[in-house]
Design a protein around this ligand. Structure first.
Ligand code: ADP
Length: 728
């Protein structure tokens, strides 16, 4: 509604403004033409007198000569005709009466000149010429008095004094009609021309008004924008700044217009600002980057600056347009958060450290409790003693499970979990878990079965031990929480091309919908602690963390009283190539616990090359290395970890290096990761080809250690914004 009202208002003001512009233009034309006629009539008067003096200065009566009547007529009649309109053009330029007086006088002047030349037919052209000059007014109405005056003059003089108008003693009355008809003929075209000019003037006025409105709107939008905006010339000077920018930076508009943005830039950010400006000049990309301004009061303002280069119609750079958002507070909200996070991380690490030490300490006495308990059990205790011993052993095992799971969780949370990601044959791993679980299932008369995997050799990228641990945990729960005689089934879903789903279904007690959200919370047993079933409430919490650490996911569907179906999902992988194992080196980077480290993925099939790079990076505490021994695994790891840098060998056993590069560069997320090619192929052609395909840089083997470290430092350093800029 508001918009409609706005447009209606704009439409009205625009029409009113168009009318105003039109009237103003027409007034200027009337006044200019009046002034033109003022000068022209004066010259014409003097010209008439000179003509009379030259052509017929004297008249003779016998021997006596007198000044010819034509001379007196040129002086006095010409003066009488011209003086009044000349005066009017001075006093009332642009008035209706003035141009009508001019039109009338101009025709009378034509009549006088025709008379002075004795009705010479050539002088009649003065009439036509005068009409053309009158059309300068672009007011067709001036032709009415002009036509009437000249027609009446010819008619009357044609009857009473034909000699003065046609140069003959007698003239047919039709001659006046013929002259009048020629005047009307010319008038038709002059009127058409006037009407056309008026239409054009209206069109120009409408367009100018529309342009003015649009310009006003743009200026208002710029002026009133809630974020800082500025136009910067190619000479690096402010051309235009809006109120928000002035307020933000503390300078007035005048002060800013006499300065360069570099003057206001924090000294450390100047080089980067210049570099971004140069990059914008080279490409058409817009650029967003954080930078610091120094305000008038000396305070430092953190800003998110987005800029672009504006070009003219011919594509030549015109100026930069920048938008500046004050992010000082956000930066301070972020620094505090970072500090709090670091503090929390420190506390978490301390907790994990404590837990892992305690767990270690607890294992030793537990070893004695469970071990000696089992020994006593074998020494024929009495029935009552046997019962007590079972309690001791079960309690000890429970405590051991608890310790193991607490240790797992604390390892994952502190980022100390070592994962060896490799292609794992799912059916093999599941069969192993199944075999381990079978005795417990038999004991509880549970029908435990596995449906065959739809694909013969189905691999996922996972840590085999941890994968088995998760599968075993789900199976244990299914058997534990299913009443005697129930069913537990393992099945597969391969319908999602890139991922494999393993499902564990049971016909157990099920889980009420309102408790599902607490399922993965450590120590929350959802009420099972009141049952006979033993447990710690940690198993599923560990499973979820392990799955996420391996780039997978876990979920459940359950109907109370009917059963539950737990599932886990992992990225699929090609089988390991030539028996080579894919492994991770150093600490595993859990998504929320990278500890500020930068990760490097090295895709290389040669073990000695890998060992060399491991050695080189051994001293770089802030870097972690992940290794893939073939292209497919490299791509899977890149997808999973989004490392900060990829080192790529060109001769891989499955895919070629350029193929891996193309695949990386075609992925929306992976394309941002800088790729440094490390190859023995040092030909210029190859280097250029790889760089054109998107490689960040190219290092040749044998590696120069200094160069290598410099290259990875440089490639892994750019900020996100810079990366985006380069990518754009
Ligand atoms: P617990 O050691 O208690 O089994 P988990 O973390 O493995 O701990 O499971 C958490 C809780 O989820 C269990 O205590 C139980 O209440 C519920 N639960 C897990 N699996 C099943 C299942 N298959 N059927 C019914 N409830 C289950």
């Amino acid at each position: 509604m508001l918009e409609i009202v706005d447009h209606a208002w704009e439409g009205r003001t625009s029409t009113g403004r168009a009318d105003e512009l039109f009237q103003q233009h027409r007034k200027e034309i009337y006044e200019d033409t009046d002034r033109l006629f003022g000068r022209f009539m004066a010259i014409q008067w003097v010209g008439g007198i000179l003509f009379a003096l030259i052509v017929s200065p004297h008249t003779w009566v016998g021997q006596t000569s007198h000044i010819h009547l034509h001379v007196w007529a040129a002086i006095f009649v010409g003066g009488a005709i011209s003086a009044f309109p000349i005066w009017m053009t001075r006093v009332w330029p642009g008035a209706v009466a003035t141009r009508h007086a001019v039109a009338t006088a101009q025709m009378l002047m034509s009549a006088l000149l025709i008379c002075l030349t004795g009705g010479r037919i050539e002088t009649h052209f003065h009439v036509f010429g005068s009409l053309v000059i009158l059309s300068f007014y672009r007011d067709w109405k001036v032709f009415i008095p002009a036509t009437l005056v000249i027609a009446l003059d010819h008619f009357l003089r044609g009857i009473y004094w034909p000699l003065s108008v046609y140069g003959v003693l007698t003239a047919s009355p039709w001659r006046s009609v013929e002259h009048g008809a020629w005047v009307v003929f010319e008038n038709v075209f002059l009127v058409m021309s006037c009407l056309r000019s008026i239409r054009e003037m209206r069109f120009i006025a409408n367009r100018t008004a529309a342009l003015e409105t649009s310009e006003r709107n743009s200026r208002q939008t710029f002026e009133e924008a809630p974020i800082g905006m500025a136009v910067i010339g190619l000479d690096d000077r402010f051309r235009q700044v809006n109120t928000a920018f002035c307020k933000m930076i503390g300078y007035s508009e005048e002060e800013l217009l006499s300065r360069s943005p570099v003057d206001l830039t924090y000294p450390d950010d100047r080089a980067e600002t210049r570099r971004i400006a140069a990059a914008m000049l080279e490409s058409n990309a817009h650029c967003s980057a954080e930078k610091r301004f120094v305000c008038k009061n000396g305070e430092v303002l953190w800003a998110m600056r987005t800029g672009c280069l504006i070009r003219d119609g011919a594509g030549n750079p015109r100026h930069f347009l920048i938008m500046v958002e004050d992010i000082t507070q956000r930066k301070k909200a972020a620094a505090a958060l970072q500090e709090a996070k670091e503090e929390a991380d420190r506390a978490n690490n301390a907790k994990s450290e404590f837990l892992s030490r305690m767990s270690h300490e607890l294992r030793t006495p537990l070893n004695a409790i469970i071990g000696f308990g089992q020994l006593l059990d074998r020494q024929n205790p009495t029935g009552q003693q046997r019962g007590h011993l079972r309690h001791i052993i079960a309690g000890g095992r429970h405590l051991l499970d608890l310790i193991n799971e607490v240790l797992d969780i604390s390892r994952i949370e502190s980022g100390r979990l070592q994962l060896s990601l490799e292609p794992v044959c799912v059916s093999e791993a599941v069969q192993e878990a199944f075999d381990l679980m079978r005795p417990a299932a038999v004991e509880r008369a549970i029908d435990l079965s596995v449906q065959p995997c739809p694909e013969l050799h189905c691999y996922v990228l996972a840590d085999k031990q941890r994968f088995k641990q998760v599968a075993l945990n789900l199976l244990t729960n299914a058997v534990k929480y299913t009443p005697i005689g129930g069913e537990v089934t393992i099945s597969y879903d391969v319908s999602n091309g890139g991922r494999l789903r393993l499902l564990v279904s049971d016909t157990g007690v099920g889980i009420p919908a309102e408790k599902l959200s607490r399922l993965f919370t450590p120590f929350d047993r959802l009420g099972a602690e009141q049952s006979e079933v033993q447990g710690t409430g940690l198993g599923l919490a560990v499973c979820r963390r392990l799955m996420e650490a391996m780039g997978g996911s876990i979920g459940v569907e359950s109907i109370p009283g009917q059963g539950s179906r737990f599932w886990i999902e992992l990225p699929r992988s090609a089988p390991a190539f030539g028996g080579m194992v894919l492994r991770s080196v150093g600490r595993f980077r859990a998504p929320d616990a990278n500890n500020g480290k930068r990760s490097i993925l090295y895709i290389e099939d040669n073990r000695s090359n890998v060992m060399l790079v491991e050695e080189i990076l051994a001293d770089q505490a802030e870097m972690e290395l992940i290794v893939a021994f073939n292209g497919e695994s490299g791509l899977a790891l890149a997808r999973q970890h989004t490392p900060d840098l990829i080192l790529l060998d060109l001769h891989l056993p499955d895919l070629s290096g350029p193929e891996v590069l193309t695949e990386l560069k075609s992925d929306e997320i992976m394309r941002r990761i800088p790729v440094v090619v490390v190859s023995a192929d040092a030909t210029t052609r190859q280097i250029e080809r790889l760089k054109a395909a998107g490689a960040h840089s190219y290092l040749t083997k044998p590696l120069d250690v200094e160069k290598f470290l410099r290259a990875i430092e440089e490639a892994a350093t750019p900020s996100e914004e810079t990366k985006e800029c380069v990518a754009a």
